[in-house]
Design a binder for this molecule. Structure first.
Ligand code: ADP
Ligand code: MG
Length: 210
């Protein structure tokens, strides 16, 4: 199991899609699940929308309840979860109670390191494919995941809003040191320079999980 721990805009979605397409990983992308709860106006949709608009995390009970709808296997990539220590504790409890995964032996945590200025640029310029929701690379004429033309790509609501972008980056930076410390103690923390080209980042990820 791989936990991708990186700031918004660091490339988690891009790399988890590559791991799914090329290596058969299943992806638990919490942000995408939350956004689809909003789009489908589910029971949780309104509450989630209120938090996400402000750039804050969705309530822990909702996150855990969504997590429980998924069976976690070893071949999972977790994109954007867990993000703070309460989510970390709930998640590890969940794995312990619901799977045979030996957390410290079979989980690798990969942190994508990107300086703040580059993150802001990437989020402001992020466009998503209308067909597969994959993030398009700047200037790309077509989606690098499904090949659809990029002309009708769209922007995420929370990327359009500068305050929300700033708040997401701020919250990420508040929480990340505790997560790094937690995973480093377990000996499962790996940092990758994610300012590199997509393929170079992918190659590093592969060498970590090899
Ligand atoms: P996250 O899921 O971590 O928020 P994304 O995968 O959506 O990040 O990537 C954010 C933006 O940065 C997207 O527009 C994506 O195309 C772009 N991007 C991702 N990885 C790289 C990279 N290695 N170099 C340049 N741009 C990248
Ligand atoms: Mg993402």
């Amino acid at each position: 199991m791989i936990i991708l721990l990186g700031a918004p805009g660091s490339g988690k979605g891009t790399q988890s899609r590559l791991l799914a397409q090329r290596d058969g990983f299943k992806v638990f992308a919490l942000g995408e699940i939350l956004r689809s709860e909003i789009a489908n106006s589910t029971h949780y949709g309104k509450t989630i929308e209120a938090s996400i608009k402000k750039g804050e995390f969705a309530p822990l009970e909702i996150v855990i309840s969504l997590l429980k709808q998924h069976v976690m296997h070893k071949d999972f990539v977790l994109d954007g979860f867990p993000r703070n220590m309460s989510q970390v504790f709930e998640f590890e409890k969940f794995i312990h109670e619901n799977s045979s995964i030996d957390f410290d032996k079979s989980v690798k945590v990969i942190d994508f390191i990107v300086p703040c200025e580059i993150l802001c640029d990437r989020l402001k310029n992020r466009r998503l494919c209308k067909v597969c929701d994959g993030a398009l690379l700047c200037e790309a004429k077509e989606c690098n995941f499904c090949g659809h033309y990029s002309e009708d790509a769209y922007m995420r609501d929370d990327d359009c809003n500068c305050e929300s972008v700033a708040r997401r980056l701020e919250i990420f930076h508040q929480e990340k040191d505790l997560l790094i410390e937690h995973y480093s103690k377990k000996g499962i923390y790996h940092a990758v320079d994610a300012t590199q080209q997509v393929e170079e980042v992918y190659a590093e990820v592969k060498s970590i999980i090899a």
